[in-house]
Design a binder for this molecule. Structure first.
Ligand SMILES: [Zn+2]
Length: 325
């Protein structure tokens, strides 16, 4: 039997950086993490140090390690291994991250943005398994997206496809940081979900939501709203109905364009579950043709926080294969 092969997977997030030794069949052997520090050089040094730490602690021979895969929070150029810029952290503009890591470790290194990496992870090992055409969303502070067409990640001409959060859903809407108008994430990002709830709670004294947060409105989060909605709270359910409608409109537009068989939704806000998903499904049903909906499933992501590591592993496998072709 051939010996197992491994890939060092790295997930560089705005807050924490995670690393894992992942087998090519998706098994995570060991993980480690550290807070993403401010200086670029420090982050890269630490990634390399922790990567060697993983190799030593798992006793895997270097010849059994096929490469390093990295997901990064921010726009990247997968083909050149560049980070255009790193979300919330200055000093990363046009960093040739893949080249730097490759020259120091002598291992083939590939990078992509974190949502593409998550999409690949879900496609091969999670809720997207078996799908040929798929849209993946991640809900949180903003909304990220990945698109799979004919079994392959679709990166687009400038490698920035899939920005479903910046899909305009309102002709005369709010102005977004990206420069756009009426972007979807201006209605469903964490902050806006909470703002919507606070607006609806104005003047109210007896609400389950307020009880759950001990009357301290600063403690209001999407998680609290999900608990309240599950217990039948009308205000919380109205907030999720709004959120599901706005998400559903953007998803319906995407479904009409791409005709996927699966829409996979992950990220913290997706944890609300059915109180959100039932509204998304309804909005999509009301805004697409029945031919588009035939066989379409809108489901929760399966891998959770593991998606970044498993996806980064798969990114290396796919990139090495592409190189051979
Ligand atoms: Zn935008």
């Amino acid at each position: 039997m051939a010996r197992s092969k491994y890939i060092i997977a790295v997930d560089i997030g705005g807050t924490n950086t995670k690393l894992g030794m992942v087998s090519t069949n998706g098994r995570i052997l060991r993980t480690t993490s550290f807070p993403t520090c401010r200086r670029r050089g420090d982050v890269i040094d630490r990634v390399i140090k922790e990567a060697y730490g993983l190799v030593n602690s798992t006793h895997i021979r270097k010849r059994d390690i096929l490469g390093i895969g990295m997901g990064v929070a921010g726009p990247t150029d997968h083909s050149r291994g560049l980070i255009h810029h790193f979300v919330n952290v200055p000093g990363w503009r046009n960093t040739p991250l893949a080249r730097i890591v490759r020259s120091r470790t002598k291992l083939p290194t590939f990078i992509d943005n974190d949502v593409n990496v998550m999409t690949i992870g879900e496609l091969y090992f999670g809720a997207g398994r078996g799908a040929k055409n798929m849209i993946c969303l991640t809900l949180g502070t903003g909304v990220g997206g990945g698109v799979v067409i004919d079994g392959r990640l679709h990166r687009g001409s400038n490698l920035v496809a899939g920005e479903i959060g910046h899909m305009p859903i309102n002709v005369v809407g709010r102005k977004c940081n990206c420069g756009g108008i009426g972007c979807m994430e201006m209605y469903v990002g964490n902050k806006y979900i909470v703002e919507n709830a606070l607006r609806r709670l104005k003047g109210k004294k007896n609400s389950l939501i307020l009880k759950l947060i001990g009357g301290d409105r600063r403690k209001l989060t999407p998680e609290v709203l999900a608990i309240a909605a599950r217990r039948g709270d009308k205000t919380a359910n109205a907030v999720w109905a709004d959120t599901g409608l706005h998400l559903g409109v953007a998803i319906a537009a995407s479904v009409s364009l791409i005709n996927p068989e699966r829409v996979v939704i992950g990220g913290g806000v997706a944890g609300a579950g059915e109180v959100l998903f039932k509204h998304i499904r309804k909005a999509v049903e009301n805004r697409t043709m029945k031919e588009h909906r035939h066989g379409l499933r809108i489901v929760r992501a399966k891998l959770g926080s593991k998606a970044g590591l498993v996806g980064a592993m798969q990114l290396v496998k796919l990139s090495l294969k592409e190189r051979m072709e």
